[in-house]
Design a protein around this ligand. Structure first.
Ligand code: HEC
Ligand code: HEC
Length: 386
């Protein structure tokens, strides 16, 4: 890849595609919006089971929005305080990478909402990776990890990324040697695992345990759910209602983490083009999975951009406009008439016809999901040679 290709912005497929936009619905008078907010606020202050009915498509089973419970720890790798603390040190330790310069935190930086703020990440030797780094907030609730769901556990995921040639480019032998040479680590592994063996498998277990503690702490929506009516503005309350009804978001962004954990095609495949990413298909080889990606969480969404698996949208505004247009339609080109792999957009995506007032309300609701920033200061044992 030449330098220019690396810096060139990715083409916006959704904007190019022929779009059947719905005309925006009529706006209400300002006092009508105010009355609507008063009515909806009263409805949404009731327990979620009594909230207004959501707009769901046939076949969609709702898990209602709510507070995030603590993430479960698996039997094979139970929680331990020492293990989580060790995992936190390792998460920030660049010795895990072949170059000795890249830590998990390089791409999942707590100061950048556990992501890296980049369109797509760069790995070992600044290799341009093809996907955007997701936030790790509440990642302990994700059962099929990565945008395409190819890892089944956080333990497996951490091992994979350390060994991946384009990412951390390390080997189990070198991880054991490098970490084992740090005077503090054997004792910390002893405290976490009962003996002092330092290896990649245990490092991955400790990092996984730490990641299961990366959880939502507080945001305005949660405060509202906990019974503080003033935590959400009028606009955000109307936005919450839109999210669950006319904007149809809840068909996929549902449950406490705002994700159904399923894979959907949003027309961002770049099929047959330079930035092609077949998504879930690479894992299942099922043609129906071409271009499907896992529904991401929307918690802390104002701070986790750029958005989508390829970081296509720098701002939420663009995401909302694309959804309002139903994410466009890609037509088959000559020769693609009978192509079994031709990506098919999710039928759950339709033009919405929201007006500017609606979009601002929806945006206000998404803004209420911003988490109170938390400083994470790792104390690394940096006293040993690298
Ligand atoms: C070079 C940048 C980079 C580094 C270093 C890195 N990651 Fe990632 N991480 C990514 C990208 C990009 C993805 C998405 C990849 C994909 O979906 O194919 C990802 C995905 C993940 C996921 C899946 C999240 C989800 O919602 O599915 C987890 C968990 C994760 N990384 C943890 C780690 C841990 C732990 C480390 C250190 C051992 C690490 N990462 C190091 C860039 C990085
Ligand atoms: C068909 C299921 C579905 C519906 C309906 C849906 N989403 Fe999504 N959403 C997804 C998937 C899947 C992605 C990731 C797509 C990709 O990267 O290719 C996503 C991505 C996003 C992102 C980017 C998140 C990130 O971290 O990159 C935002 C923001 C978002 N959706 C908001 C919304 C809003 C607001 C609505 C309602 C207007 C909505 N979504 C409706 C499934 C859905």
């Amino acid at each position: 890849m030449g330098l220019w290709t690396l810096v060139q912005a990715q083409p916006a497929e959704v904007e190019e595609a022929p779009v059947t936009r719905l005309p925006p619905r009529a706006e209400l008078a300002s006092d009508a919006y105010q009355e609507l907010a008063v009515r909806l606020r009263a409805e949404y202050l009731k327990p979620p089971a009594q909230w207004p009915a959501p707009t769901l498509d046939p076949g969609v089973t709702l898990v209602e929005l709510g507070l995030v419970p603590p993430a479960p720890h698996p039997k094979e790798n139970p929680y331990g305080k020492e293990k989580a603390e060790l995992g936190k040190l390792l998460f920030f330790d660049p010795r895990l990478s072949g170059s000795g310069e890249m830590a998990c935190a390089s791409c999942h930086d707590p100061d950048l909402s556990w992501a890296d703020g980049r369109t797509t990440s760069f790995g070992h030797g600044r290799t341009q990776l093809k996907r955007n780094a997701p936030t790790l907030l509440n990642v302990g609730h994700v059962t099929r990890l990565f945008w395409d769901g190819r890892a089944a556990s956080l333990e497996q995921q951490a091992t994979e990324v350390v060994m991946n040639q384009d990412e951390m480019r390390n080997s189990p032998v070198r991880v054991a040697e490098r970490l084992g040479a740090v005077p503090a680590y054997p004792g910390l592994f002893l405290a976490a695992f009962g003996d002092a063996t330092v290896n990649l498998q245990r490092s991955a277990m400790a990092i996984a345990t730490f990641q299961r503690t990366i959880a939502s702490r507080s945001n305005k929506f949660d405060s509202f759910l906990k019974g503080k009516p003033e935590a959400l503005s009028d606009a955000a309350v109307r936005g919450l209602h839109l999210f669950r009804t006319d904007a149809r978001c809840i068909n996929c962004h549902m449950g406490p983490t705002f994700s159904d954990g399923k894979f959907h095609n949003e027309n961002l495949t770049y099929y047959g083009r330079k930035f092609e990413d077949l998504g879930r298909y690479a894992v299942t080889q099922n043609p129906a999975d071409v271009g499907r990606f896992r529904t991401p969480t929307l918690r802390n969404i104002p701070r986790t951009g750029p958005y989508m698996h390829n970081g296509l949208f720098p701002h939420l505004e663009g995401v909302l406009r694309a959804y309002n247009a139903g994410m466009g339609t890609i037509r088959r080109k000559p020769g693609q008439e009978n192509d079994p792999l031709f990506p098919v957009k999710s039928p759950l995506l339709k033009p919405l016809g929201l007006n500017e007032h609606d979009l601002a309300d929806l945006r206000a609701f998404l803004e209420s999901l911003a988490e109170t920033p938390l400083r994470v200061r790792p104390e690394l044992p940096l006293d040993a040679p690298k």
